[in-house]
Design a protein around this ligand. Structure first.
Ligand code: ADP
Ligand code: MG
Length: 213
């Protein structure tokens, strides 16, 4: 699997577009059980990445992941800024000296998700972005172990991410701002899980459209 950093401008644009198109819906989710600023926080980070997209395309993956992580940490506010930042910085560390293939990417992504868990002292089942990140990491590990073909991985990963978001609906939030509402968070989808799913689906769409023939 060779994946060029030349795809970065398209990836960043696709992420910016999906967050923009779903901004109202996600803001409503964060208003229901949080403080309503999640999309605003995220868009600050994405806007900074849009500015950098052509520079990113000149770098190798280790540097790209590091730069994205640092940019998100320094431009985004909120709990999600340090968590998304941690995800990318940790993936950058794990990507050092690695040849890119499905198994190495599964390991790199899993390492990033592990760091998010540690940083937020949270795990799956607490109604956060981890309810999307953890199942996606497990799915990547399982498909690498079973040698699933890349086109199938890209298609299936979208359903895994969507199921992850849906799973947050009936959970009681025990981390972050939403945890102050306790039982009253039941019945609402978590905003950070939703944006994580939207971004994963946008990335999968771009990669599907750029698969080698
Ligand atoms: P804030 O909660 O500080 O206003 P945002 O609104 O930007 O920050 O982000 C909220 C999202 O961050 C939540 O929807 C949830 O997905 C995620 N989140 C909050 N706390 C944690 C945590 N400890 N671990 C993982 N994700 C978290
Ligand atoms: Mg918020």
């Amino acid at each position: 699997m060779s994946l060029s950093t030349k795809l970065l401008p398209s990836l960043v644009e696709a992420i910016a577009n999906t967050i923009e198109s779903n901004a109202e819906e996600v803001t409503a989710l964060d208003q229901a059980i949080g403080d309503g600023d999640h999309v605003f926080n995220l868009q600050r980070g994405i806007d900074a990445l849009v500015q950098q997209k052509d520079d990113l395309a000149q770098l190798d993956w280790v540097s790209v992941l590091q730069k994205i992580g640092m940019t998100l940490m320094s431009t985004m506010g909120g709990a999600s800024g340090s968590l998304f930042g941690t995800l990318f910085v940790s993936m950058s560390k794990a990507a050092r000296d690695q040849e890119l293939n499905l198994q190495s990417f599964a390991n790199i992504f899993s390492q990033g998700v592990e760091s998010v868990k540690q940083r937020g002292k949270a795990d799956v089942g607490e109604k956060t972005m981890l309810d999307v990140l953890v199942p996606v990491a497990s799915y990547l590990q399982d498909s690498a172990a079973a040698s699933v073909e890349l086109p199938d991985v890209l298609e299936n990963i979208k359903s895994v991410a969507v199921s992850g978001v849906e799973s947050t609906r009936d959970m009681v939030a025990t981390k972050g701002r939403a945890s102050y509402l306790g039982e009253r968070t039941k019945g609402h989808i978590d905003a950070g899980a939703k944006t994580t799913q939207l971004m994963i689906c946008a990335i999968a769409d771009v990669l599907q459209a750029n698969l080698p023939q």
